[in-house]
Design a binder for this molecule. Structure first.
Ligand SMILES: *Cc1c(COP(=O)(O)O)cnc(C)c1O
Length: 483
């Protein structure tokens, strides 16, 4: 990129950054306009309007700055996506250059563009074996909508017109479009708008803490996978098209399955010949210390959903990696597949993704998470389990979660939880934010997914912040008489 004649000069970029850094944002004015005009995702607007939104203005590396000048460690990588960290000038340059050259052209009507072809080729190179085709979308939700249409089309082409049911899991997150939210297992989402759509059913999630009482983790993994076989037999194998799951459930609270779970799921899918879809929107692009978690867990899915980390969130992009089994049928026998988006293969998004992937490779971020920073985070995060509020702390690569409990016991299943209505997780999240740390609360489980560029020194900084905020939360709940 350094030799790109179209790219803005380093001096220009530096001057823009310094102006942006010094720009004074009138927080109250922005909050007022925000309340007046901006409808946010997953938000109670009446409640937000009363306190006003936080205004983020700048990011650099693993840090964010809000409109009050507060510096914050972004423990969530934006929303599981800013894998290479903020402030990557080479991505801005790649985007700038592509916008100057060809800001948009569609991939309909026998047309293609260079960044989309290069990215599809690159993805086929880094994807697990047997993935040689890519369908681009604008987001993870659209990727999963594409999956629904693709697996149903696959079975139609093969003459199995009734094989349309997709099995997913409770508490899964697969996006927020009609099909994405239906595939997802979030009760609150299903309760609004008449979801799930027909032909999508759910089984339990492999949540050891919730359902593994009396079993070892390994025993529980086999048990949780057996729910898939039960469901296939209940629905009837002639009606089941596919199973979909996140290798590690993200939005559901960083639910890390026992190591026996995925191989058993694979065995069951193979036994009944149904397609396996791995939703790697969070797990892909190095988050767990491998390019794709399917490789890590030793499974061979037929379709892989991706988004988020593919561009580190700099520009929206998602899609589906299409395995050879499905691609062969759709391409050789399927004729036209009546599906696609205006922004499928958007040249600017693809240019951002190519540069993002180049950075991940150049800085060996996947290897670092696998061998150095991931194991270090794992060790430091596990130490938090000695805190009086923490009942269970576990991690996998660069995702981690801990459960806040009222009273600890010798066996994890005997920890005493807080009354849900106390919303202790939200209390803790408040202390985190006020002290410069973004840690998300899913009920009383506190989770992180830091940028993959986080160093071991920064992990120390983050763990110290988390511990300090756990202390503050503990003092608070004690004072309120909740423990
Ligand atoms: C975020 C997410 C999605 C949805 O992606 P969007 O880009 O928000 O549509 C789908 N699946 C998983 C696992 C996710 O984490």
């Amino acid at each position: 990129m350094a030799n790109n004649p179209l790219a803005p000069s380093a001096a220009f970029v530096a001057s823009v950054k310094s102006v942006a850094a010094q720009e004074v944002v009138d927080t109250a004015a922005i909050q007022q306009l925000d309340t007046a005009h901006y409808m946010h995702p997953f938000t109670d607007h009446k409640a937000l309007g009363e306190k006003g939104a936080r205004v983020m203005v700048r990011g650099d590396g693993i840090y964010l700055w809000d409109s009050e000048g507060k510096k914050i460690v972004d423990g969530m990588s934006g929303l599981w996506c800013v894998n290479v960290g903020y402030g990557r000038t080479s991505i801005s340059n790649a985007v700038y250059q592509q916008m100057e050259t060809l800001p948009f052209y569609n991939s309909f009507f026998n047309t293609t563009n260079v960044p989309a072809v290069k990215l599809a080729t690159k993805l086929a190179e880094i994807a697990p074996a047997g993935f040689n085709h890519v369908f681009f979308t604008g987001s993870g939700s659209e990727g999963n909508d594409t999956n629904v249409r693709m697996v149903r089309r696959y079975w139609d082409v093969l003459g199995h017109k009734d094989k349309h049911t997709i099995i997913s899991r409770h508490n899964a997150y697969h996006g927020s479009t009609m099909a994405g939210a239906s595939l997802g297992g979030m009760e609150g989402m299903h309760a609004q708008g008449g979801l799930p759509i027909p032909g999508i059913v759910h089984i339990g999630q492999p949540n050891y803490l919730e359902s593994g009482r009396g079993m070892t983790e390994d025993e529980f993994g086999i048990e949780a996978a057996s729910w898939l076989e039960k469901k296939i037999l209940e629905v009837g194998v002639e009606k089941v098209a596919a199973f979909i799951g996140e290798p590690v459930q993200g939005a559901g609270g960083v639910i890390i399955p026992p190591k026996t779970y995925w191989p058993e799921i694979q065995r069951i899918c193979d036994k009944y010949g149904i397609l396996l879809i791995a939703d790697e929107v969070i797990c892909g692009f190095g988050r767990l210390g491998s390019w794709f978690a399917s490789d890590l867990f030793g499974i061979k899915p037929d379709l892989i959903t991706f988004a988020k980390g593919v561009t580190s969130g700099y520009v929206p992009l998602g899609g589906v990696l299409v395995g050879d089994r499905v691609a062969k049928v759709l391409i050789e026998q399927g004729g036209e597949f009546n599906h696609g988006f205006t922004y499928s293969g958007h040249p600017v998004a693809c240019a951002a993704a190519l540069e993002n992937i180049r950075i991940i490779e150049d800085e060996k971020l996947v290897q670092r998470v696998a061998n150095e920073t991931g194991p270090y985070l794992n060790k430091r995060f596990a130490e938090l389990a000695d805190h009086p509020l923490v009942g269970y702390a576990n991690s996998c690569g660069f995702v981690a979660g801990l459960n806040l409990v009222r009273k600890k016991a010798a066996v994890v299943h005997d920890h005493e939880a807080f009354d849900e209505s106390l919303a202790v997780g939200m209390v803790c999240r408040g202390y985190m934010f006020n002290n410069g740390m973004i840690m998300r609360a899913v009920g009383d489980r506190m989770i992180i997914a830091p940028p993959l560029v986080m160093t071991t020194a920064q992990i120390d900084e983050m763990i110290a912040l988390i511990r300090h905020c756990l202390d503050l939360t503990y003092a608070d709940v004690k004072q309120r008489g909740w423990v």
